[in-house]
Design a binder for this molecule. Structure first.
Ligand code: B4P
Length: 193
């Protein structure tokens, strides 16, 4: 098994690059953002609760997100590996993921951190907001999301760096060029399926 975390600030291209990585390496995609948005659109109790946080640019509480991940991993026995997109976003989530994977006799092998300057993040997210209708892609909420990233998510990079698993990748090239850089790192561990 090969398990990858795609890490980076909001708008760094985690969702975009995950699609390419899944196609090329046949990993199973787990995006907490996508799962939460589905819960919101279906107006489930979890979605109604999560929306309060998401609309304010805040992270959804750890216990909610960790529970979602555990059941997704269990739903996919025999996967070649997983790509975790937008998870973990706090140190508590990272520790919970390590425990969960250890229980399943596996681990995180690589964490790719997409590095993109802040003005480019804002430009991309505002651009997406024009067409996506995402309520968290407004200027006011984007500022809060980036602040929340620095306060709670950026320290997760230190957690994985201490384990020797973190690789920084420049994410401000176009989508194709960025994918090439990510592939170069992945192929130190795994060849295309
Ligand atoms: P996410 O859905 O994870 O979204 P994201 O961080 O905004 O975006 P991403 O980095 O995936 O950017 P994308 O590829 O789409 O999170 C949304 C919210 O859900 C969070 O704020 C939080 O409230 C909640 N949440 C999710 N996970 C959570 C967790 N684990 N714990 C707690 N709360 C959680 O790219 C953005 C735009 O840039 C797109 O328009 C794309 O086309 C463009 N783009 C991408 N790469 C580009 C490139 N190289 N060049 C030019 N444009 C590019």
């Amino acid at each position: 098994m090969f398990n990858l975390v795609l890490f980076g600030p909001p708008g760094s291209g985690k969702g975009t690059q995950s699609v390419n990585i899944v196609d090329t390496y046949q990993l199973h995609h787990i995006s907490t953002g996508d799962i939460l948005r589905k819960e919101v659109s279906e107006e489930t109790p979890l979605g109604i609760e999560a929306k309060k946080y998401m609309d304010q640019g805040m992270l959804v509480p750890d216990e909610v997100v960790i529970g979602m991940i555990s059941s997704r991993i269990d739903e996919t026995p025999g996967a070649r590996g997983f790509i975790f997109d937008g998870f973990p976003r706090t140190r508590a989530q990272a520790e919970a993921l390590d425990k969960l994977l250890e229980f399943k006799h596996t681990q995180i092998h690589l964490v790719l951190s997409l590095e993109v300057p802040e003005d480019e993040l804002t430009r991309r997210l505002l651009g997406r907001g024009e067409t996506s209708g995402r309520s968290d892609d407004t200027e006011e909420v984007i500022v809060k999301r980036i602040k929340e990233y620095h306060a709670k998510t950026a320290p997760v990079a230190d957690y994985y760096n201490a384990q020797g698993k973190l690789e920084a990748v420049k994410g401000d090239y176009n989508i194709r060029e960025t994918f090439k850089l990510l592939s170069k790192e992945i192929e130190k561990y795994l060849l295309p399926a």
